[in-house]
Design a protein around this ligand. Structure first.
Ligand code: ADP
Ligand code: MG
Length: 260
């Protein structure tokens, strides 16, 4: 069965403030969807809610992944099902190397599938990591550094994409993985997404700018405004936003912003 992420009439609050006001979105495995929108419209709120961040309260609607309602599941359970989020602002974990972190993540998933699992054998893990690092043009010494500790913006994004490459999720959500990236790092992120995408992975690329979509070709582009998806279309929609900005969206959907 193909793995579909289905978001139905999702309403989300932070504290007593309503942020998402009825989001409907379907991301099937094998497709790349872009979610664009002005800053502060709820894109990251959607990403965090999908992954189960405790600060975000779902007040209505539901989220199905592979036909299963996931809103009651802990983030790690969602991850083990094959859902992945590349953070907009990845957290540093001094003392834990990139390699050890990735191995622990792989083993957690293996043990979820089989409690008797002894973990991935070290030679097999090394081979896997080497292959993925070569694919993403990441230098070998990267694996020994502490996760995100003192990493540049570009290195943090590479680390997120490396996690995605190693974990091979069925649906990956990339939250502004392009922001603050120079063109080389942007290309690495895009190369990774394109190499790993294909029939096995569905991708939701969240981005404020059209730029990354020159490298990652979306099947569908959605625009979020005022906590709702107000437009969906093909790749040309992103080009239109590049050319004209978000003002026409704000004008056309002014009623959305007025609602509380
Ligand atoms: P985007 O990713 O589209 O820029 P966000 O989802 O980050 O938007 O934010 C949506 C709205 O929620 C914004 O108005 C923002 O100020 C508010 N918000 C985000 N995080 C918090 C928080 N922890 N507490 C209160 N308000 C928040
Ligand atoms: Mg954001």
């Amino acid at each position: 069965m193909s793995s579909v992420l289905e978001i139905k009439n999702l309403h989300v609050s932070i504290g007593d403030r309503s942020i998402l006001k009825g989001v409907n979105l379907i991301v099937p495995q094998g497709e790349t969807h872009a979610l664009m929108g002005p800053n502060g419209t709820g894109k990251s709120t959607l990403a965090y809610t999908l992954m189960g961040h405790p600060n975000y309260t779902v007040t209505a609607g539901e989220v199905l992944f592979k036909g299963v309602s996931i809103l009651e599941l802990a983030p790690d359970a969602r991850a083990r099902m094959g859902l992945f989020l590349a953070f907009q602002y990845p957290v540093a974990i001094p003392g834990v190397s990139v390699a050890n972190f990735l191995r622990a993540a792989i083993n957690a998933r293996r043990r979820a599938a089989n409690p008797q699992d002894k973990g991935i054998p070290v030679p097999e893990f090394r081979k896997l990591l080497k292959a993925k690092m070569e694919l993403l043009e990441v230098q070998a010494e990267f694996a020994g550094r502490y996760l995100n500790d003192g990493f540049s913006g570009g290195e943090k994004k590479r680390a997120e994409i490396l996690q995605m490459a190693v974990l091979e999720p069925e649906i990956a959500i990339l939250d502004e993985t392009d922001s603050g990236l120079d063109i080389d790092a942007l290309r690495v992120v895009a190369t990774g997404v394109n190499a790993l995408g294909g029939p096995a992975m569905g991708v939701l690329v969240i981005t404020h700018y059209q730029r990354i979509l020159n490298y990652i070709k979306p099947d569908v582009v959605h625009v979020m405004y005022g906590g709702r998806i107000v437009e969906s279309g093909g790749a040309d929609l992103a080009l239109r936003l590049e050319e004209h900005g978000y003002d026409w969206i704000k004008e056309r959907h002014a009623e959305v912003a007025k609602e509380g």
